[in-house]
Design a protein around this ligand. Structure first.
Ligand SMILES: NC(=O)c1ccc[n+]([C@@H]2O[C@H](COP(=O)([O-])OP(=O)(O)OC[C@H]3O[C@@H](n4cnc5c(N)ncnc54)[C@H](O)[C@@H]3O)[C@@H](O)[C@H]2O)c1
Ligand SMILES: CC(C)[C@H](C(=O)O)[C@@H](O)C(=O)O
Ligand SMILES: [Mg+2]
Length: 362
């Protein structure tokens, strides 16, 4: 097949990890006889530096017309000035919103080979295999906001959800659970927040259509605890934008590192007539502390590329092959520093990418 993949490398380790994912996608094209065009576009901090805006019009247009989008990460201390007119992260939020990518799918799977990389006990990690579906275009991220300004007294961000916003993401989570172990946990803070009470009411109504599902409503603070106490008991978790953001960084440590969790940001896939345009990105950020050192773990981005193959290009065998190649490399005890433990061989970002390619082409 022919596909145009927009690559938004971004800032910090973004270019380092997307380079490895592109290498792997190139190997997929070679092995399976596809033609992928990689269309590099500016977004985030570099776009502010070069074009004065975090999401240039040309980038948005290239994304809209692409078959899929692969993103590294944006942001960093260079652009942290609170008085600057634009921020790298704003471009990412604007892109998600413009493409109506309301569901951020974040699978959390503990590979047996990585249990040693975690600080948690083996019996807690055994069998962890969940999908967190994070709502991505609502909540405090997009509600009415007031910045304080230099001498400002107050500032606020409003947690705003509407019924349709909750309905569509909960339905997507329910359908996902129906195709898995039929368990769904919906996260909210309904004991305190009005938006969460609406979330719980709407979720309950939607889930009435799925009597086969085993449903639990969990308060977000308790969820933070349950995630490390009984992670294997979760199948699909659905949460609002902010709670989902925080809980998945926590959940990444079940898998061993932030460098292991991929994600797919999708729109209305339940009613789609054709393969959906999606944005695929690791859940981690631009990791300024390790940028430019060739030590970042590229696997989250490589696994995001596998999700891209599966969801936006419909290439299931190819996606499986990438995931199998990653597993094979881990099986051999090769690790980037973030997931290294006793008895493993430590390699850099580029060698990790090369080894995945090698396994893929073997
Ligand atoms: N999607 C995105 O573009 C995205 C996501 C999260 C954060 N950010 C931005 O990134 C910047 C840095 O944020 P942060 O430091 O809080 O979070 P971060 O995710 O960049 O880093 C947190 C910690 O995890 C480590 N880490 C992250 N990815 C790694 C990888 N692939 N391999 C090995 N270690 C890895 C980092 O070294 C750091 O110690 C901020 O500007 C933030 O807004 C962007
Ligand atoms: C950088 C930031 C806007 C982003 C978010 O909060 O959505 C990040 O943390 C993520 O998880 O993708
Ligand atoms: Mg995050």
């Amino acid at each position: 097949m022919n596909a145009r993949i927009v690559v938004l490398a971004g800032d910090g380790i973004g270019p380092e990890v997307t380079q490895e994912a592109q290498k792997v996608l190139g190997a997929v094209a070679e092995k399976f006889d596809h033609h992928f065009e990689f269309d590099h576009q500016l977004m985030g901090g570099r776009a502010i530096d070069e074009l004065g805006t975090s999401l240039p019009d040309a980038t948005l247009e290239a994304c809209r017309t692409a078959d899929a989008i692969l993103l590294g990460a944006v942001g960093g201390p260079k652009w942290d000035n609170p008085h600057a007119p634009d921020r790298p992260e704003r471009g990412l939020l604007a892109l998600r919103k413009a493409l109506n990518l309301f569901a951020n799918v974040r699978p959390v799977k503990v590979t047996p080979q990585l249990i040693g990389a975690s600080t948690l006990k083996e019996e807690v990690l055994q069998g962890v295999d969940m999908v967190v579906i994070r709502e991505l275009t609502g909540d405090a991220y997009f509600g009415p906001r007031k910045e304080a300004g230099e001498e400002g007294y107050e500032a606020y961000d409003t947690m705003l959800y509407t019924r349709p916003e909750i309905e569509r993401v909960v339905r997507l989570a329910a359908e996902t659970a129906m195709g898995r172990r039929k368990k769904l946990a919906s996260v909210d803070k309904a004991n305190v927040l009005a938006s969460s009470r609406l979330w719980r009411r709407v979720a309950t109504q939607v889930l009435a259509d799925y009597p086969e599902l085993e449903v639990e409503h969990v308060l977000v603070d308790a969820m933070a605890m349950h995630l490390i106490r009984r992670p294997a008991s979760f199948d699909v978790i659905v949460a609002g934008n902010l709670f989902g953001d925080i809980l998945t960084d926590e959940a990444s440590m079940l898998a061993g590192s932030m460098g292991m969790l991929p994600s797919a940001s999708l729109g209305d896939i339940l009613n789609a007539q054709e393969l959906p345009l999606g944005l695929y990105e690791p859940i981690h950020g631009s990791a300024p502390d390790i940028a430019g050192k060739n030590i970042a773990n590229p696997l989250a981005t490589i696994l995001s590329a596998a999700m891209l193959l599966r969801h936006s290009l419909g290439l299931t065998a190819e996606a499986d092959a990438v995931e199998a190649a990653v597993e094979a490399v881990l099986q051999e005890g090769v690790r980037t520093p973030d997931i290294a433990h006793t008895g493993t061989e430590v390699v850099g970002t580029q060698v990790m990418g090369d080894l995945v390619v090698e396994k893929l082409l073997a």
